[in-house]
Design a protein around this ligand. Structure first.
Ligand SMILES: [Zn+2]
Length: 368
């Protein structure tokens, strides 16, 4: 600490990777930290146990952190969200997809921040010190979670300042606001090195999955899992947390979810000769990977040699949407699923007849 000045912070420690990385950053920067973990009736309440385990691990390494668990399950149990309601299933897929909105808990960050603010203000007046309210929010959350946007925190901070005495003692500290999961993990590596603590132990004691199994293992398939797996992959490390299958398998699954999102939602194209169904000629039917609409039959499939699955016709009820596509300096016909509007590939009219050139990642095959 600089010149013996006490720097003080409060933060919410969810037990996920962002807040865990944030705690390491604050400790590495010399803050005295008080943490709150919220029990809001989340199905993945195991994250609180992981948070406790990390607080213990830090204490063993002479890093003392005050940790309180605040029970909001009664009040927030009445909210409608896939994260808290037993009868709403947690959606799978890419974390930027529309269906991930089911994982929004209404007003969650406003409630959490409000409590943190009250806690921070209490510490400020009791200890006669300024207090930072540290939050691990980052840009990757913005698309789906409006209460993670910087303008929301800006506005919230102004409101709290108006509504409290001594608010000049409180400031918001959002070190990751412009970062993403990858920058957060890199930052955590640096913090752990500085603090001389083990990065893998710290992140083994976290949970990101919205639907862990009874043994607390992550499926690797929820949107949050996929995002986390890709972040560890991006920094060239294996995620130390326990999954139901091997790291290699969960990584392949996450890369597939990422590619599917890129192709179907961002009009991307898989690399030729890499798709699962390029050289696949079993008898059966091909369905949209996003919405399960029947699109093609194996009877229309042929080997075009171009590197992607080719079909001479769609099934009668597929009603595949055709759009003029002038991207990449060409005039082509883009084809999209008529039910979910996902990009599938292109349609070419050639001497031998029509060729639907479809990305394998957009299809699910079921044999006869
Ligand atoms: Zn579809």
């Amino acid at each position: 600490m600089d010149g013996g000045v006490i720097i003080r912070a409060v933060m919410a420690l969810s037990g996920g990777m962002d807040s865990t990385a944030l705690l390491c950053r604050l400790l590495a920067d010399g803050y005295i930290v008080s943490c709150i973990s919220y029990d809001y009736g989340q199905k993945h309440v195991i994250e609180i146990d992981r948070a406790k385990a990390n607080i213990e691990y830090l204490a063993e390494n002479n890093l003392t952190v005050e940790h309180r668990i605040v029970d909001l399950s009664g009040v927030m149990g009445i909210f409608n969200s896939a994260l808290t309601k037993k009868d709403i299933e947690v959606p799978e897929g890419h974390y930027e997809e529309e269906q991930m909105k089911a994982t929004v808990v209404p007003n969650r960050n406003a409630i959490f921040s409000s409590i943190l603010y009250g806690y921070g203000l209490s510490i400020a007046t009791q200890e006669g010190t300024d207090v930072s309210i540290a939050l691990g929010v980052h840009s990757g959350d913005h698309a789906i979670y409006p209460d993670c946007r910087p303008e929301f925190y800006q506005s919230l901070g102004e409101s709290f300042a108006i509504g409290n005495w001594d608010s000049e003692r409180i400031s918001f500290h959002l070190p990751y606001i412009d970062g993403d999961k990858e920058t957060i993990l890199k930052d955590a590596l640096e913090s752990c090195n500085k603090l001389n603590i083990d990065f893998d132990t710290i992140f083994r004691n976290t949970n990101t999955s919205y639907n862990p199994d009874e043994q607390g293992r992550s499926s690797g398939t929820s949107g949050a899992d996929v995002e986390r797996i890709l972040a560890f992959h991006a920094i060239g490390r294996e995620d130390p947390v326990e999954y139901v299958t091997s790291w290699n398998e969960v990584l392949q699954g996450a890369l597939k979810a990422q590619l599917r999102f890129h192709v179907m939602k961002q009009n991307g194209t898989e690399r030729p000769f890499t798709g699962e169904y390029d050289k696949h000629f079993e008898s059966g039917r091909y369905y949209c990977a996003e919405c399960d609409k029947l699109l093609f039959s194996s009877e229309a499939k042929f080997d075009s040699g171009c590197g992607w699955p080719a079909f001479s016709e769609e099934v009668p009820d597929a009603e595949i949407t055709q759009l003029k596509d002038t991207s990449h300096g060409m005039v082509r016909i883009e084809v999209r699923c008529s039910k979910c509007d996902s990009h599938l590939g292109h349609l070419f009219h050639e001497a031998r007849g029509p060729r639907y050139c479809i990305n394998s990642i957009c299809l699910n095959f079921r044999g006869d």
